[in-house]
Design a protein around this ligand. Structure first.
Ligand code: FDA
Length: 306
C-alpha cells in the first residue's frame, strides 16, 4: 500500500517540485546518488575502486521523449567512458544503460544505434555495458536488442527481474557461456497477470532463478540487499563450486555499505551500482518505496525549514 503511494508520487510533477525545492532533501539525495556531473561520478568511482569494489555507473534519466535528449544521453555515456579509461578505472568500472533513456519508447531503431555506439566505446575503453531492465512492456524489446548486441559485444550484460513470472524461463535461455546476467527482484509496479505480488513469492522465484544461473554456464550477478538471499547465494555458490571470478554480488550506492565491505572482505567480487546526474527524482522515489526506514529520514528532511 505504502509502496504504491510512493510509486504514484514518483510520477507526480507537483510532488517532484516539492522534493526538489525542500532545503534538506539534498542530504538524502547525496546518500543514494553520487552527484550531478561526470566529475562526481569519477570521484565516487575512484573511491569505491580504492576500497576494493567494482562499479557500474548509471547516468540517471529515463523515458526520454525527443531525439535530442536521446543524443545527449548517448554523448554523456561516451564522455563518461572516455573519462573512466583516462583515469585508469576500467575494467573495474563499467556502465549500466536504460534503453528508454536512449529513445526505446518512441524510436527503437534510434535506441539500438545509440546503445551500439555506447557498447563500441565501452569495448574501446576496455570495459562492458549492462542493459538495465525497465517495466514489463519493454522486456521483449530489451532482450531482443541484447541478443543482437551480444553478437558483436559478447560481454554485454542483461538484467532479469525475479518478480516476473517469465523470468525462470529467461534465466534458462541466458545461462550460457560468457553470458552476464544480473538478477534483481524488480522495482516497478507490475500487474498480477505478469508478476508475483507477494514478497514471499518474489523471494522464492529469486531462489529458483539463482539456482538456474549459478548451476548454468554464464556469469551470474546477484543484485540484492536482502540478507537471506545473500546468504543463500553464498551457500549455492559454494555448492556449485563458483570461484570468486565466476560470479559477483551487486548492491546500490549508499545501501548497506557495511555489507558491501563484508562481502568484499570475504573474497567475493562486489560491484556497486552508482547513479549520478540531475534527473535523480524517479530513482530516489523507487529506493524510498523499497524501505520505510529511508522514508522516515526523507520525511524529516522535507518537513525541516531553515
Ligand atoms: P528488498 O528491498 O526486498 O529488501 C530486502 C531486505 O534487504 C530488507 O528487509 C532489509 O533487510 C535489506 N535492505 C534493503 N534495503 C536496505 C537498506 N537501505 N538498508 C538496510 N537494509 C536494507 N530493478 C529493476 O527493475 N531493474 C534493474 O535494472 C535493476 N537494477 C539493479 C541493480 C542493482 C545493483 C541492484 C542492487 C538493484 C537493481 N534493481 C533493479 C532494483 C531491484 O529490483 C530492487 O528493487 C532493489 O534492489 C530492492 O530489492 P532487494 O533485493 O534489495 O530487497
Amino acid at each position: 500500500m505504502l509502496r504504491s503511494v510512493i510509486l504514484a508520487a514518483s510520477r507526480s510533477p507537483r510532488f517532484e517540485r516539492l522534493v526538489e525545492t525542500a532545503p534538506y532533501t539534498r542530504d538524502v539525495v547525496r546518500r543514494f546518488v553520487a552527484g550531478t556531473g561526470t566529475d562526481d561520478a569519477l570521484r565516487a568511482t575512484r573511491q569505491l575502486v580504492a576500497d576494493g569494489l567494482a562499479v557500474s555507473l548509471d547516468h540517471l534519466g529515463e523515458d526520454t521523449v525527443t531525439a535530442e535528449q536521446a543524443n545527449a544521453v548517448r554523448d554523456e555515456y561516451l564522455g563518461l567512458l572516455g573519462g573512466l579509461a583516462q583515469a585508469g578505472l576500467t575494467p573495474a568500472a563499467e556502465v549500466s544503460v536504460k534503453l528508454s533513456a536512449l529513445g526505446q519508447r518512441f524510436d527503437e531503431r534510434l535506441a539500438r544505434e545509440h546503445v551500439r555506439a555506447i557498447c563500441a566505446a565501452a569495448t574501446a575503453a576496455g570495459t562492458t555495458v549492462t542493459l538495465d531492465m525497465e517495466d514489463h512492456t519493454t522486456t521483449d524489446s530489451t532482450l531482443d536488442i541484447l541478443a543482437e548486441l551480444r553478437k558483436d559485444f559478447p560481454g554485454t550484460g542483461a538484467v532479469l527481474q525475479a518478480y516476473l513470472r517469465r523470468t525462470e524461463s529467461d534465466c534458462r535461455e541466458l545461462a550460457t557461456a560468457g553470458s552476464r546476467v544480473r538478477l534483481c527482484k524488480g522495482a516497478y509496479k507490475e500487474p498480477e497477470s505478469v508478476a508475483y505480488q507477494s514478497a514471499r513469492e518474489v523471494d522464492k522465484s529469486y531462489v529458483r532463478c539463482l539456482n538456474i544461473l549459478l548451476s548454468g554456464a554464464g556469469y551470474p550477478m546477484v543484485a540484492t540487499h536482502d540478507p537471506t538471499l545473500i546468504a543463500i547465494a553464498e551457500d549455492r555458490a559454494r555448492w556449485f563450486d563458483r570461484a570468486p571470478d565466476e560470479f559477483e554480488f551487486q548492491l546500490l550506492y549508499g545501501v548497506r555499505p557495511e555489507e558491501q565491505a563484508r562481502l568484499a572482505g570475504a573474497g567475493h567480487t562486489v560491484r556497486v551500482y552508482v547513479p549520478y546526474g540531475t534527473d535523480w527524482y524517479g530513482y530516489l522515489m523507487r529506493r524510498l518505496a523499497e524501505r520505510p526506514a529511508n522514508l522516515a529520514f526523507f520525511a524529516r528532511a522535507l518537513a525541516t525549514r531553515r
